[in-house]
Design a protein around this ligand. Sequence first.
Ligand code: PGA
Length: 299
Amino acid sequence: MLHLTLRQLKVFEAAARHSSYSRAAEHLHLTQPAVSMQIRQLEEVIGLPLFDQLGKKIYLTEAGKELQRYGRNILQQLEDAESVFNDMKGLRQGKLAISVATTASYFMPQLLGQFNQRFPGITISLNVTNREMLLNQLSHNEMDMAIMGQPPAGLDLEAQSFMENPLVIIAPATHPLAQESAIPLARIQQETFLVRERGSGTRVAMERFFSAQGIHLTTGTEMSTNEAIKQAVQAGMGLGILSLNTIALELETQRLVVLDVQSFPIRRHWYVVHRQGKRLSTVAQTFKSFLLEGHAQPK
Ligand code: PGA
């Protein structure tokens, strides 16, 4: 019998699917050396190379193609078994009501989509609002759970982090600072910043950061959505500070750039939050585990 592990098989499957160790690593929340190591061990167990490397690209060898075929069957069988057990646990149907911070609405639908594929019978309701409203809803126990930046201490809440949420400074690609590196914090005091509304977690984090650094920012127009800030920054109304999670498209199309400012990004995390001692439904508990176990990976 081949002494390989399911973990090695999953890592191999991801590398084969993406034709890249680094993308597989990203997808699985692993480092690239961890992925290469698992594949090397797998090659040792099998006694044949699984990938050929040509420049930056990797290609499946004949043995790799065979393993991909068998591996898919094995993983599929396991998923089938999981869904039989899920039915037994009552996950065939049910409801999940979650509220998320505005900024989290950029990736939560993707995560909910992945969850929904596993549990197609579950009806999901997603409410999008800002941090202040979330805290309000949590105190009234109005939903299964909330997804937000770090909640304040002392509110009787249980909060666990599941994903990074770096805040970055954005500018139009034509901005003079776009070409500079290691820009000192003091330099950005000369710029005007567009800010999110009061009650936004992004805004709170930004204000805390600058006051701790003793920096006074000139704030321009206040806007209540990330979209409005992105548009206004593109239109040259000022710079913005937003979560990296919200600007993937604009960075790809180079409508916006992230400035290389010292002490940036502001490091934050996304938390799954509910009232302490809340009795979670099986569906809610399953979703929470889905997030915490790192299955969640926005594309
Ligand atoms: P928000 O983001 O700015 O959309 O409220 C929540 C957070 O980062 O805490």
